[in-house]
Design a protein. Structure first.
Length: 110
């Protein structure tokens, strides 16, 4: 009879242990599923991050090219303005020479 009690206790203990093992296995399986989901999310996030980084770099390149073009246009505008100012200055000098010549001529004639 004592052997029967020991066997029953052993069976109950085995059942409890098997139940605990099953519970732990279920938890491990759920954790593995969650880990796999997390890995997929991280991979997706990395892909999206790379895509956005490429887009940001492309936008930076576009902005830099536009700024360079604006700077070049501004530089050309300054060169043109200097040329125009020099040309106007030359014309004023010539006009001054002509006026002086005309004054001298008028003084001579009168």
């Amino acid at each position: 009879m004592e052997d029967t009690l020991i066997l029953e206790r052993l069976e109950r203990a085995t059942e409890k242990m098997n139940t605990k093992i099953d519970n732990i296995t279920d938890k491990l399986n759920r954790m593995e599923v969650e880990r796999a989901k997390s890995e997929m999310l991280l991979t997706t996030l990395a892909t999206v991050s790379d895509k956005h980084e490429k887009e940001i770099n492309e936008l930076h390149d576009i902005v830099n090219r536009r700024v360079q073009a604006d700077l070049e246009r501004e530089k050309q505008r300054e060169v043109t303005e200097k040329r125009n100012a020099q040309s106007l200055n030359n014309k004023l000098v010539i006009a001054g020479v002509i006026v002086t010549f005309v004054q001298i001529l008028l003084d001579y004639l009168l």
